[in-house]
Design a protein around this ligand. Structure first.
Ligand code: TGC
Ligand code: FAD
Length: 397
């Protein structure tokens, strides 16, 4: 028999290839040595160092599953391991990466013209061009199909469209060079994807103000996108996809990544709580870890982290084989985000008053994990997606 490893209780590392382990180790070394030392101050200052994406680009961590265009072309499990390593440090850093890799680069790779791919993807893979993904609007979050942003033929510029509308809660928008925006095309009334390049937008047609004073995800930049008759070349409209299938195809990859990432945040909570419980003594010099109630909290969290990781590996392998249904991704996104948040909230109790000090990081993870449960489909929305698949009856409306 083998000794029990509390850091990998169900031996998930046995399921990884040598290449996947090497990629994991590279990502973990970078995240622990270069990212972790920055996060406390960044979170306090609500500051996102955009050099992080460039550093990740140098290591081949951006758009990692994409084949060609200077991307690494690794398996979905390897990409999950990268995501988990980043989110072990902070969900905000993972957010910045997910938007760049899965949503912006992934969308261009899947639906963009060859010209857009050749021109944008190599620079995005290096982290030199930064991406954003604008689906949510002030009046339409869970129900993006009702969006009000429109694209219509430009009244004066031939070969151009004119896009007007507002998007909100958009990760990376204040610093993004390339904004993948979803809007209704006036000629058909259908949703289409548009690649908006900041450098080409005349003054006043594109504004991306930051949303300040957030209570979570403070080490990530979030903002709005205001478009006022913004001229966009017709060639920057995705040619072959219309309707919500376009944005949701990008979301399938990003939601899959979140299911992995939050397991990294939860594992960091477990590691920190275990260390604290072994160190802190109450009642006759006993460490907190001696008490059964504290042990149960750790046992619950370690179990959920191990189960969640195994489920993510399984979906990753199916994804590589082209055998995933979107509902599988809803299932692991919902389950892993809910379990990461609920366990982190319980583990927070073990720190007593010290949980309130940001030096202990547990409060930061709890605040971040609330956001992960909310974006890319709030958990109750994923319950309804699953409920629809189970019963055949939709309950959204
Ligand atoms: P519904 O009728 O369900 O579907 C409309 C069309 O879309 C297709 N579709 C999908 N295609 C691929 N993958 C999926 N997962 C798909 N889900 C749906 C569907 O087949 C249909 O196609 P067609 O060709 O027949 O038209 O549409 P609905 O309007 O009833 O949708 C309801 C609902 C609730 C499922 C959906 O709107 C939803 O998922 N809402 C949640 C919104 C959301 O996830 N927003 C995310 C914004 S981006 C973000 O949060 C980034 S955070 C990034 C970070 O910082 O990390
Ligand atoms: P609402 O849709 O108003 O929902 C509020 C509550 O009502 C939720 O609990 C929801 O589950 C519930 N609800 C809604 N409809 C139903 C129903 N039919 N039945 C039962 N319950 C229902 N969006 C982007 O496009 N790009 C980004 O990069 C991005 N980054 C984000 C970063 C951050 C920090 C945050 C907080 C959000 C980000 N979002 C982004 C937006 C995010 O996707 C939305 O917040 C999310 O989809 C929920 O939409 P909403 O906030 O409008 O909530």
């Amino acid at each position: 028999s083998q000794p029990f490893d509390w850091e990998d209780p169900l031996g998930s590392h046995n399921l990884f290839t040598e290449e996947e382990i090497a990629i994991r180790d590279t990502a973990e070394a970078y995240c622990q040595e270069r990212m972790l030392p920055r996060v406390l101050q960044a979170y306090r200052d609500e500051y996102y160092d955009k050099k992080i994406l460039e550093e990740m680009g140098e290591l081949g961590l951006l758009g990692a599953t994409i084949k060609g265009y200077g991307c690494a072309g690794v398996s979905n499990v390897a990409s999950g391991l990268i995501t988990k390593a980043v989110e072990r440090v902070d969900s905000g850093y993972r957010s910045g990466m997910s938007v760049q890799s899965s949503l912006a680069m992934g969308g261009i790779e899947e639906f963009g013209t060859q010209e857009l791919k050749d021109r944008l993807l190599p620079e995005m893979a290096k982290g030199k061009l930064l991406g954003a993904f604008g689906l949510t609007e002030p009046n339409h979050g869970s129900d993006p199909g009702s969006m009000e942003t429109t694209a219509k033929p430009h009244p004066t510029k031939k070969g151009y469209l004119s896009i007007s509308g507002s998007k909100t809660w958009i990760t990376n928008s204040p610093i993004a060079d390339v904004l993948l925006v979803w809007a209704k095309y006036s000629e058909t009334g259908k949703i289409r994807g548009f690649v908006i390049e900041r450098k080409d937008c005349p003054p006043g047609t594109l504004e991306t103000p930051a949303i300040k004073n957030k209570t979570g995800l403070r080490a990530s930049l979030t903002g709005m996108i205001h478009l006022d008759a913004c001229p966009v070349p017709e060639a920057n409209m995705f040619p072959d996809v219309e309707g919500l299938r376009g944005p949701f195809a990008c979301l399938n990859s990003a939601r899959y990544g979140i299911a992995w990432g939050v397991m990294g945040a939860l594992e960091d909570c477990i590691t920190r709580t275990r260390a604290y419980a072994l160190e802190r003594k109450q009642f006759k010099g006993n460490p907190l870890a001696k008490y059964q109630l504290v042990q149960k909290k750790l046992a619950d969290a370690a179990t959920d982290a191990a189960f969640g990781t195994l489920a993510a590996i399984q979906v990753g392998r199916l994804k590589d084989d082209g055998k995933t249904a979107p509902e599988m991704i809803s299932m692991i996104k919902r389950q892993n985000c809910d379990k990461a948040l609920s366990n982190a909230r319980v583990l927070q109790e073990v720190f007593g008053g010290n949980a309130v000090s940001d030096e202990y990081s547990i409060g930061r993870h709890v605040a971040n994990l609330f956001v992960t449960q909310t974006y890319e489909g709030q958990s109750d929305i994923h319950s309804l997606i699953l409920g629809r698949a189970i019963t055949g009856i939709q309950a959204f409306v």
